[in-house]
Ligand binder design. Structure first.
Ligand code: SF4
Ligand code: SF4
Length: 443
């Protein structure tokens, strides 16, 4: 079902209010540098050191980054975003550090502040630059380390900080917590759905996200519909449903750990063998890749993105879909954190194939897909708006070149950014959710 654009615009307006809700940080000016350096010291291992030493200045990462492509601004060259980390490495850890100290100046607070827009507002940690780098330098992960350093130094941009502070102190995101989930479940029950809320044991724990509860309610409804249709033993839990992790996005590790451990501990208590992450890009690495690190050992359950689960059920023949129409053409936007970072490419395409639509790939798709521009929390950072818009314009050009009737994706944040861009530029092409298409066409 199409989203009421007045509701959508209201949501976007609320996001713009976030900076006013951010609390001051507890980091006095004199402490910022020490705290940032302490993070660098803890996170800079031999692998990162080798990568920082390996750059051959070929410029291929710049040609891969949507923000550089769209602006031509040399400040936005991906490897440049690691200058602060590299300077710390050279002065404090490198074998020739005594020599480097003659040429590399000490890090100042002004340096920390100058790095903030580079690693927060101009990088979605999409990983496209790392894929292009001939030396295999994983720039995105070191951008995240720099975010962690700035977070400890109290330099998270205000909009993102407001949400991180809310999730860290109250466990809610945009005011959505257990009560709002229970209300959403009641609404679905009123519509006739059975929703196994808060079961004591279940094979599958399904997560949701604030965006699906506040905005994309049809995605939650479709998820319930699909799980019931498959007849599996599943539950959704009011105390551990939120897939979004603003600790990961902001770089504030204690919040990241508490958000991820809440889910991990609940899944273990339930005896779940599988946790399904909703249509939320970063929720996938937050649990799938980072969850075990936060937990301190391998997770005793599997983690799948919803699009991955749907695709696997289709490929196994357990999920049968009603073909839509070959006359209906779609293009698929791979969410970076699920696709490039997670390897989930075939599964959503298997779903689209089962739906019988005419899939028209964008010139850059799959592993080399361009980010929507809103990832890694850019969609809640007001100052990131020019970057979000620039990335959207590139994405729109890519999508338009296919001539497809609609863009399908499997990430609520991508959907928000693409819809905001479409609204801004009067682009009429609908932005659709994969699970909603599935829910509407169950056989
Ligand atoms: S991770 Fe993505 S947004 Fe960040 S510098 Fe690399 S290509 Fe650009
Ligand atoms: S692509 Fe890799 S080697 Fe080339 S400039 Fe970028 S980081 Fe350096």
């Amino acid at each position: 079902m199409a989203i009421d654009m007045n509701v959508f615009r209201g949501f976007i307006e609320q996001i713009k209010m976030l900076p006013q809700m951010a609390q001051p940080t507890d980091c006095p000016d004199g402490e910022r540098i020490n705290r940032a350096k302490a993070v660098f010291a803890a996170k800079l291992d031999a692998r990162k050191a080798v990568q920082l030493e390996s750059c051959v200045h070929c410029g291929m990462c710049a040609e891969a980054c949507q923000f550089y492509i769209q602006t031509g601004d040399p400040e936005l060259t991906p490897i440049h975003k690691l200058d602060l980390l590299k300077r710390y490495y050279r002065r404090e850890k490198a074998p020739w550090r005594i020599v480097h100290r003659l040429t590399e100046p000490e890090i100042t607070q002004a340096d920390l502040e100058a790095t903030q827009p580079l690693v927060y507002e101009s990088c979605t940690e999409c990983g496209r630059c790392g894929l292009a780098c001939p030396m295999g330098i994983d720039i995105a992960s070191m951008v995240n380390v720099t975010r962690q350093a700035l977070a400890e130094a109290g330099l998270i941009p205000a909009g993102l900080r407001a949400v991180e502070q809310e999730q860290g102190s109250r466990g809610t995101v945009f005011g959505v917590g257990p009560d709002q989930l229970r209300q959403a479940v009641e609404d679905l029950r009123t519509k006739g759905y059975e929703v196994p809320l808060d079961k004591e044991r279940a094979d599958i724990l399904v997560l949701s996200s604030t965006i699906d509860i506040l905005l994309f309610k049809d995605a939650l409804e479709a998820t319930v519909k699909v799980m019931n249709h498959l007849g599996v033993d599943w539950t959704i839990h009011s105390c551990a449903f939120e897939g979004a992790n603003f600790g990961l996005l902001s770089g504030y590790e204690s919040v990241q750990k508490s958000a991820s451990e809440r889910i991990t501990n609940e899944a273990i208590r339930l005896g779940a063998s599988l946790v399904i992450v909703p249509e939320c890009g970063h929720a996938y690495p937050a649990l799938r890749w980072e969850g075990a690190n936060e937990h301190g050992e391998a997770l005793p359950f599997e983690v799948m993105a919803l699009s991955e689960y749907l695709g696997r059920e289709v490929m196994a023949g357990r999920l049968k879909l009603q073909p839509v129409s070959k006359n209906r053409s779609v293009t698929y936007h791979d969410p970076c954190k699920v696709g490039r970072h997670g390897g989930v490419f075939d599964e959503p395409r298997a779903v689209l194939d089962a739906l019988g639509v005419d899939l028209r790939e964008m010139p850059s798709h799959g592993a080399v897909n361009f980010c929507c521009g809103g990832g890694a929390g850019l969609f809640v950072m007001e100052k990131a708006e020019p970057m979000r818009n620039a990335a959207f314009d590139l994405k729109r050009t890519q999508a338009e070149s296919t001539g497809a009737d609609s863009v399908v994706t499997a990430c609520g944040s991508c959907r928000v950014n693409l819809m905001a861009g479409a609204d801004r530029t009067q682009w009429q092409t609908p932005i659709e959710s994969l699970v909603e298409l599935v829910g509407a066409n169950l056989k």
